[in-house]
Ligand binder design. Sequence first.
Ligand code: SF4
Length: 466
Amino acid sequence: MSNFLFIVECVKPIQIEKKSITGAKVSIQNEFDGKSDHDNDSSRKLNPVNISLNDCLACSGCITSAETVLITQQSHEEINRILQENKSLKKEGNACRFVILSVSAQPVLSLAKRYDLSPAETVSKIVGFFKQKGVDAVHTTWIAEEIALAETVNEFIASYKERECSKENLSPMLSSACPGWICYAEKTHDFILPRISTTKSPQQIMGSLVKAYYAKEKQLPRDNIYNITLMPCFDKKLEASRNDFLDETTNVRDVDCVITAVEMEHWFQSESIDFSKIEPQALDTFRNLDSSAQNTLLTHPGSLSGGYAYHVFVYAAKELIHTNNAPVQFQPVKNADLKEVKIQCEEKTLHFAIANGFRNIQNVMQRLKRNRCSYDYVEIMACPSGCVNGSAQIKSDDQSNTKQLLRELEELYNQLPQFPVEELNQRCQPFYAWMQNLFGEQNLKSILRTSYHAVSKNNVSFSIKW
Ligand code: SF4
């Protein structure tokens, strides 16, 4: 476990009684010595702050107890156990589980950097490794990312039009793909929940797709399909275990196990596997529907976390203000992790932002609380720099190289092949037709959308003092 405990840096906001408009300055000399300087230059020692799980903002700065439990439940040991069990069942001639892995781009890049391989080589070695272990099919999550983007675009355009003819203003729409942000919103800002896009994250869309597809293809009950995802953060384990993604009739989850780049590295080390020597194999496709993603890692332009704001902006400019060539240059404001773009045409304006990291999330929340937020859409991601810098990406051995590593990962991400944004809807048409066939048209909404729930602090039944 200690391999996964990187940085434990938890900051609990404390209230300082203000005595003048100049405010108070808080200085921390060492970890036990906090002082507050008031206007008359006197200083007083601050009381030690007790932090409990109730205070956890799921900011990804540390690993919470809930995540620790999930790391044990969703680990490489667990995958090995399932695959071993499968081998024994097969040997005895019994039915076994069909095991699938879905791979997202960011952890592949992290492993590529760690083992000095190209992204394409890394993907094919990941496939080779898991197939050797007994996994039956390996896909990238690209098809689910395409669907999540198209769904978010449609959701935003519908809600913008609705807003124009209703008094209720639920702007801005906030992105929904980051479980770190969702967990924070549910715990601390329940007023914001109706503004969060209801589109499921690519991980969860992929989960629904692979379970339905292979259940039909292989004529298997859903509980005989085991679905693993390779993701950039531990928060994705929390997302996979939400009750919203549990089929209550069969008690089966869409995603059974999430594994991360740092856990893969640990897996190779614990079994003395030389990853660079693994025999490469080709990715699987859904009957050639996603053949463009075969053995190629594809991404989407706009950010290092999926390009939500970018895609929604291009389509909104076209649909809502009839501008085909809107300049989509997100410009940094205040810091590199808060970027904005704005376009105005006659009386209509589109004002979009990308906010990465909790400092910027809190900034957006404060503006919303004060009714001073003019954004129409905000792509919100809990990690500074977005998913490429997820909590479970492999860190640099040398702390001073962290920024350099991040820059290299960004470069790799931006070099990956991308399709034109303008063709997204066209590309998704066959995917929607396929899903209608798979789930039935009337069920598509429940497959692609989700909901959020305010978490009452009193519901947290245990309170551990760190
Ligand atoms: S921004 Fe960070 S916490 Fe959010 S989904 Fe990406 S890697 Fe996970």
